[in-house]
Design a protein around this ligand. Structure first.
Ligand SMILES: NC(=O)C1=CN([C@@H]2O[C@H](COP(=O)(O)OP(=O)(O)OC[C@H]3O[C@@H](n4cnc5c(N)ncnc54)[C@H](OP(=O)(O)O)[C@@H]3O)[C@@H](O)[C@H]2O)C=CC1
Ligand SMILES: CC(=O)N[C@@H](CCC(=O)OP(=O)(O)O)C(=O)O
Length: 334
């Protein structure tokens, strides 16, 4: 399959290029960027010298469309809407890594992102690309909205427990921490070295755009659920750790066994044995989500770790393509 990456020079684009380069059934076709138009990809990312010598091209979508079966969009939110609609109209399989098609409600999307959604019909058509939960919808879809990185770590941990009423749906607190690559490659003052080194802080308290994404998907199965979500910036490059506090009247073993059963066919979700604490170090550079369960009295703590750029973005995007294309889910990802 011929595959193109729009916004290929950013962090998620680069992870995709690395995965596609070693994927047995995917072939790099076009890599786009307006800023680096005409340069060799390996000049921008020297570790790929002699591996990806493709010349970067500008965002000429007609040209890209002619050369592609599958298009990954690694653009900022709002910029993706039009690109997704264009490639979808040309019959391409589109995986959008931005937030533009993740939330089904036009109103919630517009309120959260403060932009108009110009393609409400596509909002209903898009599948939410969390394969372990929405695999059937993904399989039928030609437009996949890859989830946010924090929502991936929180939903994998909490969705089964809410669905099976194992937790009090009105008391769920997700205390999440992310490496700085979550903010992308573009220069901003708040992600400069001196601003993030030797520091640790919450941000977006009660206002981060991933709160509505997490709650929208949980509300599909339980209308009263409201997760309180607070992200923090970790002074590391990659990885997310989410510590999630819940109330439950089930015992620890029951909860662990239920999660193991729920994820029995999900290669990329690993439920830890009793007493084992997931760590970012164990999932960094992989497409795995590691989930640990801890219980004392009625207090349940779930710890969920992923790599934001892989299971939280590009790894999951390829996992979704593998599902649609009927390749083994792990192809190119281990
Ligand atoms: N980083 C992460 O951990 C995650 C990111 N995401 C989402 O994935 C998407 C990409 O993120 P990421 O790779 O981190 O971002 P980066 O900032 O690292 O890269 C963005 C890319 O998009 C291009 N670009 C920026 N603005 C425009 C525009 N208006 N039109 C066309 N091209 C544009 C840039 O091109 P140029 O080279 O020309 O500057 C660059 O290639 C975002 O929507 C992000 O929210 C999702 C999950 C996790
Ligand atoms: C550390 C950091 O800044 N992380 C980003 C989230 C990255 C991501 O997955 O978000 P989207 O795809 O929804 O943009 C943030 O908090 O905005």
């Amino acid at each position: 399959m011929n595959v193109s990456v729009i916004g290929s020079t950013g962090y998620t684009g680069n992870e995709l290029v690395k995965i596609i380069a070693k994927h047995p059934y995917l072939e790099i076709s076009c890599l786009t960027s307006d800023n680096y138009d005409g340069q060799k990809y390996s000049d921008i990312y020297p570790p790929l010298k002699n591996i990806v010598e493709t010349k970067i091209i500008s965002n000429d979508w007609d040209y890209v469309s002619d050369k592609s079966d599958i298009v990954f969009l690694c653009l900022p939110h709002a910029a993706s809407q039009k690109a997704a609609a264009f490639f979808h109209s040309k019959g391409k399989l589109v995986v959008d890594l931005s937030a533009d098609f993740r939330i089904k409600s036009k109103e919630i999307y517009e309120k959260t992102y403060n932009v108009t959604h110009n393609y409400p019909d596509l909002l209903t058509e898009a599948a939410y690309g969390l394969p372990e939960i929405y695999g059937n919808e993904i399989k039928q879809s030609r437009l996949i909205a890859n989830p946010g990185c924090y929502p991936t770590s929180v939903l994998l941990a909490v969705y089964p427990l809410v669905k099976n009423k194992f937790v009090d749906e009105k008391y769920i607190i997700a205390d999440c921490k992310s490496g700085v690559s979550g903010a992308g490659k573009k220069l901003t003052e708040k992600t400069q070295f001196c601003e993030v080194s030797d520091d640790f802080k919450p941000y977006g308290i009660f206002s981060h755009r991933h709160g509505p994404e997490i709650n929208a998907w949980l509300n599909e199965i339980s209308a009263d659920t409201r997760v309180i979500f607070t992200p923090h910036l970790l002074p590391i490059i990659r990885g997310i750790e989410s510590t999630i506090y819940c109330k439950s009247d089930k015992n620890e073993n029951e909860i662990r066994q239920y999660l193991k059963e729920f994820y029995r066919d999900s290669f990329f979700v690993r439920i830890m044995e009793k007493g084992v604490t997931p760590r970012i170090a164990n999932v960094s550079g992989t497409n795995f989500a590691d989930i640990g369960v801890f219980k004392e009295e009625d207090n349940l703590i779930i710890v969920s770790c992923i790599d934001n750029l892989l299971k939280g973005a590009s790894g999951q995007a390829v996992q979704n393509v593998n599902i649609v294309m009927d390749f083994d889910e792990e192809t190119g990802l281990i």
